[in-house]
Design a binder for this molecule. Structure first.
Ligand SMILES: C[S@@+](CC[C@H](N)C(=O)[O-])C[C@H]1O[C@@H](n2cnc3c(N)ncnc32)[C@H](O)[C@@H]1O
Length: 190
């Protein structure tokens, strides 16, 4: 009898596990499909890279740090907790990712120094930015930073360089070799 109950229990557990895996897959696939319609697809930055990126940004008290295309908001929330005297803004156009970021913010205890805006990074008002993190594509980086003056802005760009701008430093986020320099971080002072 116990054996039958155990088998039933395992079967029910397996069914739920499969259902959750399927829901997770559908959400991820949905995000990927939706994000193909945007200027840059959603590809996340591994959490293990956050400390190096935050350090490279040289975040000071009162800095205003933008993550352009902030995805699920993980980097913004990581920094908001680590640097309580600075302000962090995530700009994300994809509604599903924006909602995920808001949910994560709530779970993290609603840090007051973290804000998410569902906006287009090409048209968003970021005049208050002193630091920017971006993991975008060369075309987007060029349109955002190549010719527009942003005096004093420190930009950390993962993987891609900004055309017609010279990085002051390029660092490796890990020793692994990536397929599109995805493990490199280029630092600019504009
Ligand atoms: C490569 S992902 C980077 C996500 C996150 N910053 C990270 O590193 O984990 C690029 C993000 O930019 C968003 N995106 C693409 N075009 C956008 C636009 N015009 N305005 C705002 N966000 C945009 C995508 O939805 C996606 O989440």
């Amino acid at each position: 009898m116990n054996l039958v109950a155990a088998i039933w229990g395992s079967l029910i557990f397996a069914q739920f596990a499969l259902l959750f895996a399927l829901i997770g897959f559908i959400i991820r696939f949905g995000i990927l499909i939706i994000s193909r319609g945007f200027d840059v697809p959603f590809v996340r930055t591994p959490r293990a890279y956050f400390p190096k990126i935050a350090e490279a940004l040289k975040i000071r008290p009162n800095d205003v740090v933008y993550d352009l295309g902030s995805g699920e908001g993980k980097f913004v929330l990581y920094c908001a907790q680590k640097y309580p005297d600075a302000r962090f803004v995530g700009i994300e156009r994809n509604f599903v990712l924006y909602v995920q970021a808001l949910a994560r913010k709530k779970i993290a205890g609603n840090p007051r120094n973290a804000t998410f805006r569902r906006e287009n990074f090409f048209t968003t008002d970021m005049r208050d930015a002193t630091r920017v993190y971006a993991y975008l594509l060369p075309k987007a980086m060029e349109r955002l930073f190549s010719d527009t003056p942003h005096p004093g802005l420190r930009v950390a760009s993962r993987a891609f360089q900004i055309k017609r701008r010279e990085p002051i430093e390029t660092m490796e986020l890990t020793q692994k070799k990536g397929w599109h320099n995805q493990h490199l971080l280029h630092i600019y002072e504009l």
